[in-house]
Ligand binder design. Sequence first.
Ligand code: PMV
Length: 347
Amino acid sequence: MKAMEVMKAMETMKATAAANANIAIIKYWGRRDDRLRIPTNDSISFTMDDQLESITTVEFDHSLKRDMLVLDGRPATAKELARVSGFLDIVRHMMERPAHAKVVSKNNFPRAAGLASSASGFAALAAASARATGIRMDLKALSALARLGSGSAARSIYGGAVEWRAGKRKDGSDCHAVQLSPPERWKDLRNVIAITSSTEKRISSTDAMARTVKTSEMFTCRLASVEKRLRVVRKAIAGHDFEGMAQTIMQESDSMHAAMLDSWPPITYLNGTSLEIMRKVVELNQSYGRPVAAYTFDAGPNAHIYTTAKHESEVRKILAGMKGNGIEKIMDCRVGQGIRYPDSHLF
Ligand code: PMV
């Protein structure tokens, strides 16, 4: 390397990470500490496969006057940049010689439409920026760091079935995710996703959950029932028992959306097609006399129907019958891996 190139390499620190979205079956909705993003309850999710992937390259560069962010090929809006810069400030706090950064991020699925792009996005950003600084972090520390960008990102650090523990400490130092079981245990699990709208949501999950905590009386009741559901789901995951958690998954989604509706002004993410899909899944289960599929919805109208490989085509068929009737696209996801570090950078 020539002297100039060596100087440049010392000035810049670059890394790339990839992470996948996760779809919760016990939801994170509400925080006991907004600044530290400490949730009111533990939550459980499955990390999805590479069809719902974010790849992010971060380069800290001492010659930059401010942070730069390119999202899906276009310059980020002021709001998006402010959120990412706020997160990078936390990383900079750990650096000996803090620098501004150029960040380029790419999603292979629509952002902000209830497909958990903030989870994969901030998990990839946390992993790439930590690696770019050269600071070594274990997965728990990365999970806690990702949490500060977007709560649900804490879970996307790991693959398979993942639990994010709220922890007890005030400073959030015990608030991170852990893997409950690896992706290989869930080869037969499917998430059939029905995209009923790919437009951005009207209210961010951050604002919406704060409103729920502040205004919904039902929210307190929900916290008690979440504890019961957590026990059911932990047991079912340990026993690899989809049927044992299917009904609980649906009731959990309903409980979160009911608390949203109970907020003031009411928060409604579901649309008519979402409700129709819920009815169809209930009917399918009734026809079997046992649950073979379970719907769940995040902060958006898109349906995630967890089912087993055996019933996947049946679920797809039901949704295909509704295509053109509010469903834009159907995707089949499997359970996927946690963060990884691709060899090539995005710039
Ligand atoms: O991490 P956020 O702020 O995007 O919150 C997402 C919350 C839900 O997706 C609705 C539920 C969850 O646990 O992922």
